[in-house]
Design a binder for this molecule. Structure first.
Ligand code: SF4
Ligand code: SF4
Length: 456
């Protein structure tokens, strides 16, 4: 594939269609994005287009800009300006009448190519939004830009065709049928007996349960310890819970619409809502998945009135921390003797506010817990967010590793940890690659898995 922005390509030619005329469609789609019907983040989006002091504070904390050696093309403002200049040219009076005077040029096909690739170089980690003196959110501008691109048919096939579209048809983005799902559950029960010496019966499709636990379906295949660890903890807590199979609807908590499309986001949320209503559960528990927690806990509130979703949404981390505090589950930190650190997922932390829950769990369950520096609000994005963890076409994996991944590898090395605890499936996918790429002498583990190890 030819270069259209930098040395990498996130979007294949059949998706980007670099030579097809798209300017008019792009301008039309952008016009729609500026209307109030844009229900997710319309106000901060239009304010972010109108105001920026160009002070550069955001660039000082942007992982990809810093890791690239401060390459101008990765500067957060430079990226947002790609959309702002289209806004000034086509949607302001000055731009329509005197484009030269307001520094606005006509949009070109090459401009769309570069914008599309540039908007898939930012993980929407929102670290920059925490330091901007006027609260501009460059990550949000990126998300809105991706929505415009999707409206003209440009979206990574990993997120759309192989992501939300399959999830809506099959119940999960892994395309796993009910028989295969039930086989995996049986296998996990045997593995739990071998690994933890516990007889655990994993409930499936139980109606009216107190807790419906829904995982990122990828975890059943890629990170089964996460699923098994959570099952061990839930049984130890003695609560009434269930998983669900594809026979009941959606059994995958992911929602890739968060990364590129409100339409896809809404369809997946409504399908998850219907599944929970049909099962008649009381609390929807989101497994270890950051963006799913943002979608179900916060974005669902904007879309669906409270009366139509008669259940609570909680992260598994909230429940586990609560059960430790209440003494409902007992742990022995001596069972996790390695040096353990924790990586704050951007979606669970900056966007979800879950900073203390994982620390409550890990400090109780691990003998030597150490913080990464920086952490919490200023945690460094690992580079797996906004869909990147499953995007590895061409040399895109190299981009992920040599920008975000490089900073994270250094941070892990500085912490001297033997285990990095993770509570997000996308982070796990990215850390698996970072550890391999940089040959780091450590392993990653799910928070629930470490907690299950420590149970007495
Ligand atoms: S910190 Fe805010 S005001 Fe300053 S350049 Fe960045 S986005 Fe603009
Ligand atoms: S959201 Fe993150 S990656 Fe994107 S511009 Fe801001 S700091 Fe950089």
């Amino acid at each position: 594939m030819r270069k259209v922005f930098d040395d990498y390509r996130a979007l294949a030619d059949n998706v980007l269609r670099p030579d097809e005329p798209r300017v008019d469609k792009f301008v039309e789609a952008m016009g729609k994005s500026l209307k109030k019907e844009n229900w997710t983040f319309w106000l901060p989006y239009v304010l972010s287009l109108d105001y920026c002091m160009k002070c550069g504070t955001c660039a000082e904390v942007c992982p990809v800009y810093q890791a690239s050696g401060r390459r101008e093309i990765y500067h957060p403002v430079k990226r947002s300006e790609m959309l702002r200049s289209i806004y000034r040219r086509y949607f302001t009076l000055g731009g329509k009448l005197w484009p030269g005077l307001v520094g606005a040029k006509d949009l070109t096909e090459d401009g769309i190519n570069a914008l599309a690739e540039s908007f898939y170089r930012c993980t929407v980690c929102r670290r920059c939004a925490y330091v901007c003196p006027v609260a501009i959110d460059n990550g949000l501008v990126v998300r809105e830009g991706r929505k415009i691109l999707d409206a003209i048919g440009i979206a990574p096939d990993e997120l759309k065709d192989s992501g939300t579209q399959i999830q809506l048809k099959a119940g999960n983005a892994t395309n796993m049928g009910t028989a295969a799902f039930l086989d995996i559950i049986e296998f996990m029960e045997e593995e739990i007996a071998d690994t933890w010496g516990r007889q655990v019966k994993i409930p499936v499709d139980k109606k009216g349960a107190e807790f419906l636990l829904m995982h990122n379906a990828g975890d059943y295949l890629a990170f089964p310890e996460t699923v098994m660890g959570a099952a061990v903890v839930l049984q130890a807590a003695g609560v009434d819970w269930t998983l669900n199979s594809p026979a009941t609807g959606i059994n995958d908590v992911v929602n890739y619409g968060v990364f590129f499309s409100d339409g896809e986001l809404e369809k997946v949320l409504r399908a998850q809502l219907k599944t929970a209503l049909d099962l008649g559960i009381k609390t929807f528990v989101v497994g270890e998945c950051g963006h799913a927690f943002e979608a179900l806990k916060y974005l669902m509130q904007r879309l669906i009135p409270a009366g139509e979703r008669p259940f609570e949404v909680k992260s598994i981390l909230e429940l586990e921390a609560q059960w430790i505090r209440e003494g409902r589950i007992k742990v022995d930190p001596g069972k996790n003797r390695e040096i353990v650190t924790y990586h704050d997922s951007c979606k669970l932390g900056r966007l979800g506010g879950l900073y203390e829950e994982p620390r409550t769990i890990l400090q109780a369950a691990c003998q030597d817990f150490r913080e990464l520096v920086p952490n919490r609000e200023m945690s460094l994005c690992c580079g797996g967010g906004s869909g990147f963890a499953i995007m590895a076409k061409g040399d895109f994996l190299k981009f992920r590793m040599e920008t975000y991944g490089q900073l994270k590898a250094q941070q892990l090395t500085d912490a001297g940890a033997q285990v990095v605890a993770l509570a997000c499936s996308n982070c796990k996918g990215q850390f698996r690659e970072i550890i391999n790429y940089y040959k780091l002498p450590l392993r990653f583990a799910g928070v629930s898995e470490l907690l299950a190890n420590a149970l007495v």
